[in-house]
Design a protein around this ligand. Structure first.
Ligand SMILES: *Cc1c(COP(=O)(O)O)cnc(C)c1O
Length: 234
């Protein structure tokens, strides 16, 4: 079995190769290590291998790891899971980024509850590009209004868009989903120049990061390819 350090090396090489092939700058894509279900010790191993940004889906599990690793000062924590409105206070104050904001109510609460002594919380809006019934994420046509409303909120910094496309799609359809997210970000940026940096596309996972990078991903969220297959949740 390969070590987490080896896996970080090979994922980093995949990212570099895809970035080069897309004619993009080498430092334009960042690796978010998705560490749901992984132990604090496994994260520590990843930190020793140079990884600093970790993505978590479940709040209590994340808080336990944040506490267990609080001796490492430069970890950057990202929340990437579904958000219940009664959990926003802890999410607002324990993370540097939230990738999974999909409605105004959540954005408002995160902004209000973010400690004003902290820098504004970086957020991405999660978009359900394929309009799957079961998935969270807003629709593409809801974005202009959401962005106009969110740009007024002082506690958050609107960085861009995130998507989790239906993994059963063909490669062509997956790539098309990433392409739609990228063109949507570009047009929102043009239409809302003061809404925030809008410099981020959070898309691509273990199986499809090359396709996402070809379409402009700036964060790829990778779990399995770094830590191995996850135990099945019962
Ligand atoms: C689990 C998860 C990932 C990582 O998926 P892998 O296929 O294991 O790389 C990425 N993004 C989100 C939102 C996830 O929940």
């Amino acid at each position: 079995m390969s070590s987490i350090a080896d896996n970080i090396g090979s994922v980093t090489r995949r990212i570099q190769k895809a970035t080069l092939q897309a004619g993009r700058k080498p430092d334009s894509v960042q690796l978010l290590a998705v560490s749901k279900t992984r132990s604090a010790d496994e994260l520590r191993e990843a930190v020793l291998a140079g990884q600093r940004a970790f993505g978590e889906n479940y709040l209590q599990e994340a808080l336990d790891k944040i506490e267990a690793l609080n001796d490492i000062l430069d970890i950057e924590w990202h929340f990437i899971g579904p958000i219940q409105s009664n959990k926003t206070r802890q999410i607002a104050n324990s993370f540097a980024w939230v990738h999974s904001v999909d409605r105004l109510k959540i954005a408002r609460r995160l902004s209000e509850q973010r400690d004003p002594s902290l820098p504004p919380l970086n957020i991405c809006l999660q978009v359900n590009v394929n309009e799957e019934e079961s998935k969270s994420g807003c629709r593409l046509d809801e974005l202009p209004q959401l962005i106009a409303d969110i740009s007024e909120l002082p506690g958050i910094r609107l960085r861009g868009l995130m998507t989790i496309p239906d993994p059963s799609q063909s490669e062509t359809d997956l790539r098309n989903s990433f392409h739609i997210l990228a063109t949507t970000l570009a047009s929102l940026k043009a239409g809302h120049p003061d809404a925030g940096p809008l410099d981020t596309l959070s898309m691509g996972m273990s199986g499809d990061l090359e396709l996402a990078i070809a379409e402009g991903a700036t964060w790829v969220r990778v779990g399995t390819a770094l830590f191995g297959a996850r135990p099945v949740k019962s």
